[in-house]
Design a protein around this ligand. Structure first.
Ligand code: SIN
Length: 528
């Protein structure tokens, strides 16, 4: 049996045992923890920052789900829109299962007190978003993710008092522990030192990787940790070349790429070029409500055509009253940056937003490594194919959490594996992290080419010996670098254009050779 590589070289780190270790406290991690918390299962929930700080909390638009609130909608129609958005790579079995889990998820959220908006008749108010042929997006104003995460986090905190649930905050996973090819927990770095959690079942719910790119709508903690952790122990990854760029992120010098929700376009907002002309219909008949890959590329093309740094999103067609009522956070945040959305359009440009690929998993989160599960954005079930349908992300995260809870509660094996001897390790990070992120945006962003991608693979890097305690920043830089190179490798393998992946040197889809998933693993190298 091979021992895990540990980054720790001092005395044996403190260790706790759990039946289930959950890494990540966004929607998926919190919901799973809550489902297990009222049972006999001993759970440790580790959060890189404060509980609930996550990509989920930053999601604005909502949760796509068929609940009966729209009499014209059905799971079949939702599935059809999901498949159409996925550009030929949606896993239909996974998508069917996840879409049909929507009603159960919304029911669970309602019981937990998530305040979804309702119309005067008391029925869920449903938004339309790009790629959806029906209004089916449940929302809580324009801060849906935060409403869900806050509701869940409050209950998780309450469940931890005197229960069998332990919460570790500001605790960053450094590496997963394995014994004989089985995942048996993880090693963490926190302010007060190194800690090992030994567990029968280890769940990655670490969210996204937007920070791999210079411009992103994601929070600072979205550094691809789960994907990198899983890859380092040989788990299979899928579809790593498919990164979604959100079309409408604020574009101002010295301001973050704040997301302007797709729901704004669903409510009537229009995209304008520098001369105030609408342009998306030039590229697709659905205009502003085409799928995200199409709209982002349309914006990119117009920006390149006129050498622009940004185009504009005009929110005024929504109407002042509806704008204030439905999008208060967007109104407030834009005002903080000096933009009055009631009287002027908002400068925007695409930004990295969501990873369609990730750790290959089934709809209950099982990965290719025994004892290891992945749920939510860090996983890849194939639901999203080559391009995710708007608001299917929170749906997938929640349904997978419920599925995995069912699976774990029906699993009798609660034995905690022994951990092998620690040995000293070292990590590799880019010599200039900010430059690497800039180059990723430039060469692995909306438009890619062989030369640019090959250049990324030659990024200068440095080794850091783990003789002392590593910082969370160093661990994050290591993951950004590793995941960035995996994206570049996968993008080099896919010699065609499809969904979110556009190769300048292969501008068309090639169904004969590439209507399939690409897999990567540290054990097997690249497999097609
Ligand atoms: C948005 O509100 O546009 C983002 C939600 C999502 O990514 O689906």
């Amino acid at each position: 049996m091979s021992a895990s590589i540990s980054l720790f070289t001092g005395d044996w780190p403190s260790s706790i045992e759990a039946d289930v270790l959950i890494i990540g406290s966004g929607l998926a991690g919190l919901l799973l923890a809550l489902q297990l918390a009222s049972t006999e299962v001993k759970v440790v929930l580790a959060s890189k920052a404060a509980l609930g700080e996550s990509n989920s909390a930053w999601a604005q638009g909502g949760v796509a789900a068929v609940t009966g609130a729209n009499p014209f909608d059905s799971p079949e129609l939702h599935l059809a829109d999901t498949i159409a958005a996925g550009a030929g790579l949606t896993d239909v079995a996974a998508a069917t299962s996840i879409v049909s889990g929507g009603a159960r998820l919304i029911d669970a959220f309602a019981k937990l007190g998530v305040p979804f908006d309702k119309n005067p008749a008391g029925v869920f108010d449903l938004a339309l978003e790009g790629g959806h042929k029906q209004a089916r997006v449940l929302h809580s104003k324009d801060t849906t993710g935060r409403s869900i995460v806050e509701a869940l986090a409050d209950r998780v905190r309450a469940a931890a008092v005197g229960g069998r649930l332990t919460i570790l905050e500001n605790t960053c996973a450094a590496d997963l522990l394995t014994l004989g090819g089985v995942c048996v927990g993880a090693e963490f770095i926190a302010d007060d030192g190194v800690q090992q959690v030994r567990a029968s079942h280890t769940v990655l719910a670490t969210g996204g990787l937007g920070q791999v790119f210079e411009r992103t709508t994601n929070p600072a903690l979205a550094t691809g940790d789960g994907v990198a952790l899983a890859y380092r122990i040989g788990a299979e990854l899928a579809d790593m070349e498919f990164v979604q760029f959100h079309p409408t992120a604020l574009r101002l010098d010295n301001a973050p790429a704040f997301l302007i929700s797709e729901a704004a376009r669903g409510a009537g907002a229009t995209l304008l070029d520098h001369k105030g002309r609408r342009f998306v219909r030039r590229f697709h008949q659905d205009g502003e409500l085409a799928t995200r890959d199409v709209v982002s590329r349309a914006i990119h093309t117009v920006m390149a055509e006129y050498e622009l740094k940004q185009v504009f999103l005009d929110l005024r067609p929504i109407g002042a009253e509806a704008l204030a009522e439905r999008f208060p956070n967007i109104v407030k945040t834009c005002a903080q940056y000096g933009i009055d959305v009631f009287s002027e359009p908002v400068p925007i440009a695409p930004a990295a937003h969501y990873m369609m690929g990730g750790i290959r998993a089934d709809v209950s989160g099982r990965t290719s490594v025994a004892g290891l599960y992945a749920i939510g954005e860090c996983s890849c079930t194939g639901l999203h194919g080559a391009n995710r349908l708007a608001s299917n992300s929170l749906l997938e995260a929640g349904v997978m959490a419920l599925n995995l809870a069912d699976l774990l509660l029906s699993t009798r094996d609660k034995s905690v594996g022994a951990v092998g001897q620690s040995v000293a390790g070292q990590i590799v990070i880019p010599s200039d992290l900010q430059d690497f992120r800039k180059q990723m945006y430039r060469h692995a962003g909306l438009v890619r080419s062989r030369l640019g991608l090959e250049g990324l693979l030659r990024t200068p890097a440095i080794n850091i010996s783990a003789s002392g305690q590593l910082s969370i920043e160093q661990l994050s830089a290591r993951n950004i670098y590793q995941v960035g190179l995996l994206i570049a490798r996968a993008a080099l393998m896919r010699n065609e254009s499809r969904g979110a992946h556009l190769r300048d040197d292969y501008r068309h889809s090639d169904d004969v050779n590439f209507a399939r998933h690409l897999f990567l693993s540290a054990n097997a190298g690249a497999a097609v």
